[in-house]
Design a protein around this ligand. Structure first.
Ligand code: NAD
Length: 484
């Protein structure tokens, strides 16, 4: 592939060009180097992919679960073999630093590992003699073609939250990855083929809004797994449900971190800093607002500022770099406008990253660590998802006050409390009302065997990603009642 060629779709086991000539440039967000082009596939491309997935379904469904699992075992080994190369490729196209990229790939591998347990995960239940001479059993059956639509911030891990479980359960898949960084996942498709995944079981269609709309309207797609901004998640949820599809749509976030005066300050500061500035703030689990309760405010603020000032920006492939760029120029502009808006609305800019530069990379989309004090829930910077390296600081008189502030927010993805009081922690867990809860943990990332997803404005649907929910989502529980 030359640098300027549009990357192909993957349909029915073959790499094929999209029907369209329209494509987006894919650039290294730190250096600006052109890495490839992502085609904006059309409805026809989606039709071809769905037809291939549909054709592959009967034979794949009839493949014993243990054989499907063996393909995934081989994929896991191949991912481990190529982990370092994949991580470096991910850093180039996304911008996150290599240790973060390695962590992302590892989380993806863990989902493949979990999906390898499919023979056990698929087991049903039986009850003999539900009435005299009658037995009842549930069996889990796959449903057909699922679509998986994913965001730019974890372009490897998030597809792997979904498609390995869908195919392990006997379904076939059309994946529409983010149009902003789809390159590294192309290599994972090759690894899946090398692992023995038959043609048509996993198909990839690149593109944006038109491809997504074609997927949502397609009568042969039975369900949709989606992750992205809440506005898109709401649209996907409503549109897919209109035609009776199953939908799980994970949206955005505004995560609060509450610090009580009795917290271990050293450990809390490290957790808060890595939560806010890790992945340059482009995580649905990123801490966004730090609420200092009573006397906790001042020392947390001082330590956070000191650590934020010490972070080094740069190209994620280079040593000694703590934070990479954000994904694109428009996204940088968006984050910058939240910082400016916050200042205009009355927040104090204790640390302003808007003018950050990295000399060797003048084309990079840089924003330095930013700290805003006196952020309130009524200002957009205190209310909306910024998705950049920006800490908002707020004060509260008590845990009650802090929770009241949190509950004014529309989102419900993650929340953390820092304390050494078991009683406060228990009270917090009971009343937090948010889906992913951290106690002395800043990035509340459930592992593959637990559900991942939020509530309120952060999630539309009921079954979440990963864990048992994934198996529920990708199968129907069929009940058989027999009398002989
Ligand atoms: P996005 O909503 O812009 O894009 C997500 C997907 O939807 C992409 O594949 C994109 O092509 C498609 N899309 C975008 N706009 C569309 C439209 N108008 N119509 C149809 N399809 C459309 O999200 P993003 O910027 O790629 O990702 C960042 C967002 O994802 C953040 O809000 C983040 O919080 C969220 N996210 C949530 C989780 C979670 O677990 N809840 C995890 C990761 C990211």
């Amino acid at each position: 592939m030359t640098a300027a060629a549009a990357i192909p779709n993957y349909i029915g086991g073959k790499w094929v060009p999209a029907e369209t000539g329209d494509a987006l440039d894919l650039r290294d967000p730190a250096s600006g180097e052109l890495l490839g082009r992502a085609p904006l596939s059309t409805r026809e491309d989606v039709d071809h992919a769905v037809a291939a997935a549909r054709a592959a379904f009967p034979a794949w469904r009839a493949t014993p679960a243990v054989e499907r699992a063996r393909v995934l075992f081989r994929l896991k080994a191949l991912l481990e073999r190529d982990k370092e190369d994949l991580a470096r490729s991910l850093t180039r196209e996304h911008g996150k630093i290599v240790p973060e990229a390695r962590g992302e790939i590892q989380r993806g591998i863990e989902n493949v590992e979990h999906a390898c347990g499919i023979p056990t995960l698929l087991m049903g239940e039986t009850l003999e003699d539900i009435a005299r001479g009658m037995d009842c059993e549930t069996i889990r059956q796959p449903l057909g073609v699922f679509a998986v639509i994913t965001p730019y911030n974890f372009p490897i891990m998030i597809p792997l939250w979904f498609w390995p479980y869908a195919v392990a359960a006997g379904n076939t898949v059309v994946l529409k990855p983010s149009e902003q960084d789809p390159l590294t996942h192309q290599r994972i498709v090759d690894l899946a083929t090398e692992a023995g995944l038959p043609p048509g079981v996993l198909n990839v269609v690149h593109g944006a809004r038109d491809a997504v709309t074609a997927i949502l309207e397609h009568p042969d797609i039975t369900g949709v797994s989606f992750v992205g901004a809440s506005q898109t998640a709401r649209f996907v949820y409503a549109k897919a449900a209109e035609s009776g599809k199953r939908v799980q749509a994970l949206g955005g976030a505004k995560n609060h971190m509450i610090v009580l005066p009795d917290a271990d300050l050293e450990a809390t500061t490290e957790a808060v800093v890595s939560s806010i500035y890790g992945s340059t703030g482009q995580r649905c689990l990123a801490g966004s607002i730090v609420v200092g309760v009573g006397d906790a405010y001042r020392p947390v603020r001082d330590r956070l500022l000191e650590r934020a000032r010490s972070l080094t920006l740069g190209h994620g492939l280079e040593d000694g770099v703590d934070m990479g760029p954000v994904i694109s120029r428009p996204h940088r502009d968006r984050v910058v406008s939240y910082i400016g808006g916050g200042a205009r609305d009355g927040a104090t800019l204790a640390l302003d990253g808007r003018d950050a530069r990295v000399e060797r990379y003048p084309e990079g989309h840089w924003i330095g660590p930013t700290v805003m004090e006196d952020v309130t829930p009524d200002m957009p910077a205190g209310r909306e998802e910024i998705f950049g390296p920006v800490a908002g600081l707020a004060r509260a008189g008590s845990l009650d006050d802090a929770l009241e502030l949190v509950h004014k927010n529309q989102y419900g993805n993650a929340i953390s409390l820092f304390t050494t009081s078991g009683r406060a922690a228990r009270e917090f867990r009971y009343r937090a009302g948010i889906s992913m809860i951290g106690i002395n943990v800043g990035v509340v990332a459930p592992m593959a065997f637990f559900p991942f997803g939020g509530s309120r404005g952060s999630f539309y649907g009921d079954l979440k990603a990963q864990g048992r929910d994934a198996i529920e989502f990708y199968t129907d529980k069929r009940v058989v009642i027999s009398r002989w």
